[in-house]
Design a protein around this ligand. Structure first.
Ligand code: SF4
Length: 441
């Protein structure tokens, strides 16, 4: 049997695409391996959002070339492959093939070609491509990612994604439901709907609110999550669906990027600080217990100390449960490259440190208040340390619990006993009479 080794970098979209690639190559008789030394094909599924991620991939490709024997193929796929295309073949002479996110169907052909010594790049956008007929090969998570939308039509000036993932397109609701029903039949109980601006989903007939209601109604699906939404696409219909569908979890990852309306405008975001806060208020009014996390960028061109203070104050005002914080990374081909007033790296670095402190302090304060409360958790996997189980609340809080590994995939009720500020410890509590069967499957 032929073996394929894949390393995946970047966002959940890439994790989902790796499942497409494994499914596609599975049809060609390939099995996945964790050992690059045993592989006939080595692929690196890449991210292009930050320069550092790309540099890491270049370094990793250099390491992987050590495993190349005659007939072994080394390929780069994903967003960095799309961005660099054939130039990557020039930069890295040991790379045989380069394929962007819309080109995976060409993999078997390009692999065969590479065996015969050909080197090729496939980076054409295909606005119809959803890989609908490819049987996904899931990579062993308890929950499943379900891509409902590909590409992005927004033009945030810092973002390379529209250049790497092409035009926005939504899958037909009926096709999404077929996939979710199949997952439920395989005993998957939690699905995360993926899209670059997922709540702008529209298949021509159905909007995101209808999608949430339909997915939430699939028998066996207990939890529905989605990422990443765009603030101004939270219509009243979507918020109502979130509040009314029991399976939709009480967590939203709501990228703010900045707390300064002036910077948001330069970023090409379609909202002001006030509009963002209004969105938060509507979500909290409809779903009072909702946890909100975000993405924040510091050091965007022209960001003044006052702008930065607005971002810090947004963190306090919203009371984020957590945030991914980044230093702005200039990307070739994006609008922000033309903006004046670049921020020196040391200034951006210092702001980033302060922001991380602020985010941590706010999250810790919120999390401390939860200690002592009881939550339903899904047991996900063995935690990295201490022989404990990693579990997750509906609000996306990680709780470490002592318990048997055969409970992975089950639901428990746990009382939170402590927190590091971000992660919790918890103990199982007796399950209310009559819920045993629903909880222990
Ligand atoms: S919405 Fe903006 S930040 Fe998000 S993928 Fe599209 S361009 Fe990038």
């Amino acid at each position: 049997m032929k073996r394929v080794y894949i390393e995946t970098y970047g966002c959940q979209m890439n994790v989902a695409d790796t499942e497409v690639i494994l499914g596609l190559l599975g049809r060609e008789g390939y099995a996945a391996t964790d050992d690059p030394g045993a592989a006939d094909v080595m692929l690196v599924n890449t991210c292009a959002v930050r320069d550092r991620a790309e540099q890491r991939v270049i370094g990793r490709l250099g390491e992987l070339q050590r495993y190349k024997r005659p007939g072994v193929v080394l390929g780069v796929v994903g967003c960095m492959a799309q961005r660099l295309g054939p130039t990557l073949l020039e930069q890295a002479p040991y790379v045989d093939l380069v394929i962007g996110p819309d080109g995976y169907r060409a993999l078997p052909e390009l692999i065969e070609g590479a065996r015969g010594g050909a080197r090729a790049a496939e980076t054409t956008f295909k606005a119809w491509e959803h890989y609908e007929d490819i049987p996904l090969e899931r990579t062993g998570r308890v929950g499943a990612f379900v891509t409902v939308q590909r590409g992005c039509d927004y033009r945030c000036t810092f973002c390379i994604v529209p250049m790497t993932r092409g035009p926005e397109r939504s899958r037909r609701l009926a096709d999404v439901l077929t996939e979710v029903r199949r997952l439920a039949a395989e005993t998957v109980t939690e699905v995360t709907l993926l899209g670059q601006t997922v709540n702008s989903y529209h298949d021509g007939e159905h909007d995101f609110a209808e999608l949430l209601r339909a997915v939430g109604a699939v028998p066996g699906i207990r939890r529905v999550r989605f990422t990443s939404p765009y603030p101004t696409d939270f219509t009243d219909r979507v918020v109502a669906a979130m509040a009314e569908v029991p399976a939709v979890c009480e967590h939203v990852h709501l990228p703010a990027q900045s707390g300064s309306s002036r910077v948001l405008k330069r970023m090409g975001r379609r909202y002001t600080r006030e509009r963002y806060l209004e969105c938060v208020a509507r979500l909290r009014q409809a779903i009072p217990e909702i946890a909100i996390t975000t993405d924040l960028i510091v050091g965007f061109p022209g960001e003044t100390e006052t702008d930065f203070a607005r971002t810090e104050s947004l963190v306090r005002e919203v009371g984020f449960d957590g945030a991914f914080t980044f230093k702005y990374s200039p990307r070739e081909g994006t609008g922000a490259l033309r903006l004046p007033d670049a921020i020196p790296d040391e200034v951006a670095g210092e702001r980033l440190e302060r922001l991380i402190e602020t985010v941590r302090a706010v999250a810790r304060q919120r999390n401390m208040r939860l200690v002592g409360s009881t939550h339903e958790v899904l047991v996900e996997k063995l935690a990295k340390r201490g022989g404990l189980l990693q579990t997750r609340t509906r609000t996306n809080k990680v709780v470490l619990v002592d318990g048997p590994t055969d409970s992975i995939g089950s639901y428990l009720d746990v009382r939170l006993t402590g927190t590091t500020g971000s992660t919790f410890t918890g103990v199982p509590v007796p399950v209310p009479v009559g819920r045993e069967l629903a909880i222990w499957r």
